[in-house]
Design a protein around this ligand. Structure first.
Ligand SMILES: Cc1cc2nc3c(=O)[nH]c(=O)nc-3n(C[C@H](O)[C@H](O)[C@H](O)COP(=O)(O)OP(=O)(O)OC[C@H]3O[C@@H](n4cnc5c(N)ncnc54)[C@H](O)[C@@H]3O)c2cc1C
Length: 315
């Protein structure tokens, strides 16, 4: 069986989540072909024998209508059984478009694959269903961080897609892009997420201590660490909404999730309960977060964070 994987790029840089999608594709298909779209795309792909490439100045930042057209062109040539793309915020938009275009069923945001069945959470991840999905073509969209990139170091042959995209495909215009600083890693892409909630008490506390733990963990582990927040912290204006984890924020599945001064309301859990290891620091032993935590510290964060950060720094 063949899989065609869409590789998402922004300003030419390949998303780590797309490499994970290629890793997943190797579990389900014996031949994996990629399609890369963007402007000035880096040639660093691994784990595929062939990669279609379409470069266009208008796609420096991804747009779904023209990119769907490019994928359609690659799919017309490959006739892959599986069309795969990561369930990033952009991937979620594009996935629906592709399913409609190919008249194919779609399964998005799943977190596991065992013996031909996909594992996907429902009701804010309170139950997990095992799902079989079939069709001549199937669109599959794994959740970022749920699968690992492949170890296969094969470098692809890049095949340019010589097509002209009609201006009408660019009817939706990108108006503004807010740049993040390079150290401001997105919560969905991080190996470790350090989140703070209302229990941090003030903007000053949040902005001092949550980044301090994030930086200490990044230094001590060499992993990608991001900071997140509960909605209460976002609503209080302590941190930008792009960091919110939960039902109306982002969904994360990091190796480790720290919940500090967060009660663990069901809407927050919806965005983080698939984390591999959950560490909670909360002064209330009855806080619901302890119901899903692997490690729990019943204490005021003021008594824990300074010492934890010192230990991480080796002081
Ligand atoms: C439709 C809908 C969508 C929502 N979407 C989201 C969402 O996406 N994300 C989200 O997070 N919420 C969401 N919510 C809100 C959610 O219901 C909770 O209100 C919110 O998660 C609470 O945030 P919190 O845990 O920071 O605050 P609280 O519930 O007030 O909890 C604060 C915690 O801090 C602890 N604490 C206080 N002081 C200290 C201290 N010094 N040291 C240690 N611990 C301390 C307290 O014991 C308490 O457990 C949504 C709600 C609705 C209705």
């Amino acid at each position: 069986m063949k899989a065609l994987v869409f590789v998402e790029t922004t300003k030419g840089k390949i998303k780590e989540a797309s490499l994970e999608a290629i890793g997943f594709a190797h579990q389900i298909a014996d031949e994996v072909v990629a399609v890369v779209v963007g402007k000035g795309v880096e040639r660093s792909l691994k784990g595929v024998g062939k990669a279609y490439i379409y470069e266009d100045d208008r796609l420096e930042i991804p747009l779904s209508a023209p990119i769907a057209k490019v994928i359609e062109e690659a799919q017309n040539r490959e006739k892959a059984k599986y069309v795969i793309l990561s369930a990033t915020p952009f991937g979620k938009e594009l996935g629906g478009r592709l399913a409609a275009l190919f008249n194919a069923p779609i399964l998005d945001d799943f977190t596991g694959y065992e013996n031909g069945l996909f594992v996907k959470g429902f009701y804010s991840n309170k139950v997990f269903a095992k799902i079989r999905i079939d069709g001549d073509t199937v669109v599959l969209s794994p959740r970022p961080k749920a699968f690992k990139p492949t170890d296969d170091a094969t470098e692809p042959e890049y095949v340019p897609l010589d097509i002209t995209l009609d201006d009408s495909l660019f009817a939706a215009k990108l108006v503004d892009v807010k740049e993040k600083s390079p150290e401001d890693i997105d919560v969905t892409e991080a190996d470790i997420v350090v989140s703070g909630g209302r229990g941090m008490g003030s903007a000053e506390n949040f902005q001092k201590w949550i980044p301090a733990l994030k930086d200490a963990l990044a230094k001590a582990t060499g992993l990608k660490v991001a900071y997140g927040a509960s909605r209460a912290a976002v609503d209080a204006g302590w941190v930008d909404h792009s960091h919110q984890v939960g039902q109306t924020g982002k969904t994360v599945s990091p190796l480790v999730y720290f919940a500090i001064g967060i009660s663990g309301a069901i809407q927050h859990q919806a965005g983080m309960r698939t984390s591999k290891v959950i560490v909670a620091i909360n002064k209330d032993p009855e806080a619901p977060i302890f119901g899903i935590a692997d490690y729990g510290i019943v204490a005021k964060w003021e008594d824990v964070l300074p010492e934890l950060i010192e230990k991480l720094k080796g002081e």
